[in-house]
Write a protein that binds this ligand. Structure first.
Ligand code: SIN
Length: 276
């Protein structure tokens, strides 16, 4: 039997999203290995690769494989690397960046395609990140609700950053006008339908009031985040996780008070989203 070397081994993390990829060093990966990794991202929504220990230059090079870097306008940049955002929890903090269900940059007209999180300093326990499949959530809905949602668009706003308590001090000029996206999007690369609303940034359906929108939005958030549609990433030193912001939402667990957690994050530019 021949042994194929330097091939990714891929193991699913859960039934509806998430996979662990091992066997290839991202810093030295060939184009075909990176393409295989990207296919896994589109299939599983989130992929984790342990023991990578990427330095900032390698992290940037990995992001550039996917496309142009979309620098987050709210986060503090890593010193000397303005393309990389710091996701830092200091020992005194009880709330953390990303500690509620959301998709990155949905408040932008062309929301970030993927985010690449590089573990730098982990707490001795906790700090896991949960992911939830917006594609599986859509598939689980009745044809009647699917049809209704396909006729809707929703507004997304970055205004929730103005009252965040997670060590971010946004500049006034970082805020932009709200933007609108279809409620059911067609994944730009695979065409898979996904429910694209999230609790941090979606405010209301187009032509619906906030009050009218709230019950249906709450119902959709409850469906998307049903445990059956989620995967939990338990971080390991040097691990890199990449998630597709059109396929999954994520939630960072704030359960390690008294400890530091430091991650480096790069978001890659996406495209305007089309309805399914
Ligand atoms: C984020 O929301 O991008 C942060 C996720 C995490 O720190 O686990």
């Amino acid at each position: 039997m021949s042994i194929v070397k330097n091939k990714w081994s891929i193991k699913k993390l859960a039934g509806h999203c998430g996979a662990r990829l091992e066997g290839v060093s991202l810093a030295n990966a060939s184009t075909s290995q990176l393409e295989e990794m990207r296919s896994a991202l589109f299939e599983y929504g989130v992929i984790v690769m342990p023991e990578q220990h990427l330095n900032p230059e390698q992290h940037i090079a990995l992001a550039e494989f996917f496309g142009e870097i979309d620098v987050n306008r709210f986060f503090t940049p890593v010193p000397c690397h303005s393309a990389i955002a710091e996701v830092r929890t200091s020992p005194g903090q009880t709330e953390v960046i990303g500690g509620t269900w959301h998709t990155d940059h949905s408040y932008d007209p062309a929301p970030a395609m993927c985010s690449i999180l590089n573990a730098k300093k982990l707490p001795p326990f906790g700090g896991d990140t949960h992911f939830a499949s917006m594609a599986a959530a859509y598939r689980s809905l009745s044809p009647g609700l699917q049809n209704m949602l396909r006729s809707l668009c929703a507004w997304h706003s970055d205004s929730s950053f103005s009252n965040s308590n997670v060590g971010i001090k946004p500049k006034k000029n970082a805020f932009r006008d709200p933007t609108i996206h279809p409620v059911v999007i067609k994944h730009p690369s695979t065409g898979v339908p996904c429910v694209y609303v999230n609790g941090d940034f979606t405010t209301n359906f187009e032509n619906w009031s906030l009050e009218e929108s709230a019950p249906l939005l709450s119902y959709l958030y409850a469906v998307i985040t049903k445990p059956v549609f989620t995967a939990r990433v338990v971080w390991e030193p040097g691990m890199v996780a990449i998630w597709d912001n059109r396929l999954v939402q994520h939630y960072a667990t704030a359960d390690y008070s008294g400890y530091t957690r430091l991650m480096h994050r790069i978001t890659v530019a996406g495209v305007p989203l089309e309805s399914f």
